[in-house]
Ligand binder design. Structure first.
Ligand SMILES: Nc1ncnc2c1ncn2[C@@H]1O[C@H](COP(=O)(O)OP(=O)(O)O)[C@@H](O)[C@H]1O
Ligand SMILES: [Mg+2]
Length: 350
C-alpha cells in the first residue's frame, strides 16, 4: 500500500520557509505532480517524502506508517522506505556500466548474485535498454542515461516512485516521448508516482492530479482540467497556460473592464475590484462584428494556429486562433473580439 499522507508539513531553512503548511493525500496508484516555478519548494517537499530532509513541522505517512514527524522526531531512513527516486540531475555513476548502475541498489541490499542479474535484466527490459548493460554512461544519449536512472529507481520494486524534474535535461522531442514512456511504466507497474516539474504541459499530460505550489504554499490541488479551466486564483491562472489579465470591477450582474472600455453582462457570485483573466484561445477574432473592437498590430503564423496581438484602448490583447480558417487580416486593420470564457478574480481572492 503506497498511499502518501502529508499533514501540515513545514520546512524551514533558517528563516526561509521552503515549504509552508503543505497538506495532501496521494492515493495508492495515483500519479500526482507537484508543479510550480523554480524555488517554490518542490524538491524540498519531495526530499522530505524520500527521507533526505526532515520536516520542521508536520507528519508524513506512507500507508498507515508514520515515517517522518516534525513533532515527535519519528524518522525512518530513506533505505527503509521502499521508495525509488530519480533526482533532478539524474546522477548515473560515470565509472560504472549501465548494468552496475542499475544493480547498485540490489548490491546494497545484499541480494544474491543470480537474483541481482535476473532483476537487473528485467529492469533493463522495462526501460528498453536490453543489450546496453555493458556500456558506460558516456556511451549513451541523454535519453538513454535518463532511462538508466529510471531503471535504477525501479529495480528495487518500490511501491512509490519519486521523480524530480526527470526530463529537464532532454531536448523537446525526447521529453515528449519520455512522458508517455514514464506514464506507460506507471500503468504497467501500478505504482504511486509523485512527479515534480516546473513544466505545466508535462504536468497536464501525465497527471491524475496536479498540486500547484508557489513560495512554499499549495495554491490548488485538482485534476488537470480543473486547474486549467477553473484556476482558484490569479497565480494559478498565470502559471498554467497563457492568459490576458485586465483590471476589472466585478458586480453581481456585470464585469466592467475600464482599460479596454468594455462591459460584459454576466452573473457573478463574488464581487469587487479585481482582475479578469481571458485565455488567448478563448477569444474569437473577426473582421466584422460589434462590441469590442481593436487594431490588429501583429500576427504570427505558427502552422497549427495564428497568434495575434490586438491593441484595444490601453491594452495589448493576445488572441490565438486554432480554428484553421486562416483569414488574411492585414496589420493595422480594425478587428472585433469576442470573449467566449472569462475568469474573474476579485481582489479579496488570493
Ligand atoms: N539545503 C538548503 N539550505 C538552504 N536553503 C535551501 C536548501 N534547499 C532549498 N533551499 C531553499 O528553499 C527554497 C525551495 O527550494 P527548492 O525546494 O529546491 O525549490 P524548487 O525545487 O521548487 O526549485 C529556495 O528558496 C531554496 O533556495
Ligand atoms: Mg527543484
Amino acid at each position: 500500500m503506497a498511499e502518501v499522507i502529508i499533514q501540515s508539513v513545514t520546512k524551514k531553512f533558517g528563516e526561509v520557509k521552503a515549504v509552508n503548511d503543505f497538506s495532501a493525500t496521494i492515493a495508492d496508484g495515483e500519479f500526482v505532480s507537484i508543479l510550480g516555478p523554480s524555488g517554490c519548494g518542490k524538491t524540498t517537499m519531495l526530499r522530505m517524502v524520500a527521507g533526505f530532509e526532515r520536516p520542521t513541522e508536520g507528519d508524513i505517512y506512507i500507508g498507515d506508517k508514520l515515517i517522518s514527524s516534525g513533532q515527535n522526531g519519528t524518522f525512518l531512513p530513506p533505505e527503509k522506505r521502499n521508495i525509488g527516486m530519480v533526482f533532478q540531475s539524474y546522477a548515473v555513476w560515470p565509472h560504472m556500466t549501465v548494468f552496475q548502475n542499475i544493480a547498485y541498489p540490489l548490491k546494497i541490499q545484499k541480494v544474491s548474485k543470480a537474483e541481482m542479474t535476473d532483476r537487473t535484466n528485467k529492469a533493463l527490459e522495462l526501460v528498453h535498454l536490453e543489450g546496453y548493460g555493458e556500456r558506460f554512461p558516456h556511451q549513451l544519449s541523454g535519453g538513454q542515461q535518463q532511462r538508466v536512472a529510471l531503471a535504477r529507481a525501479l529495480v528495487g520494486e518500490p511501491r512509490l516512485l519519486l521523480l524530480d524534474e526527470p526530463l529537464s535535461n532532454l531536448d523537446a522531442k525526447l521529453r515528449e516521448s519520455m512522458r508517455f514512456e514514464i506514464k506507460d511504466l506507471q500503468k504497467k507497474l501500478k505504482i504511486t508516482v509523485i512527479y515534480v516539474t516546473h513544466d505545466q504541459a508535462e504536468a497536464m499530460a501525465m497527471s491524475d492530479r496536479i498540486i500547484v505550489m508557489n513560495q512554499g504554499i499549495i495554491q490548488q490541488n485538482d485534476k488537470p482540467q480543473n486547474i486549467y479551466e477553473n484556476p482558484t486564483n490569479k497565480i494559478v491562472a498565470d502559471f498554467i497556460g497563457l492568459v490576458n489579465f485586465l483590471p476589472a470591477e466585478i458586480t453581481a450582474g456585470s464585469i466592467e473592464m475600464p482599460t479596454i472600455g468594455f462591459t460584459l453582462r454576466q452573473a457573478n457570485s463574488t464581487t469587487g475590484k479585481g482582475l479578469v483573466a481571458v485565455r488567448p484561445e478563448h477569444i474569437t477574432i473577426s473582421k466584422t462584428g460589434s462590441g469590442l473592437s481593436g487594431t490588429l498590430l501583429h500576427k504570427f503564423y505558427l502552422g497549427d494556429s495564428i497568434d495575434y496581438r490586438v491593441k484595444v484602448k490601453d491594452e495589448m490583447i493576445r488572441v490565438i486562433d486554432k480554428s484553421g480558417s486562416f483569414e488574411e487580416y492585414p496589420d493595422g486593420e480594425t478587428v472585433y473580439l469576442e470573449f467566449n470564457k472569462l475568469m474573474a478574480f476579485p481582489q479579496s481572492g488570493k
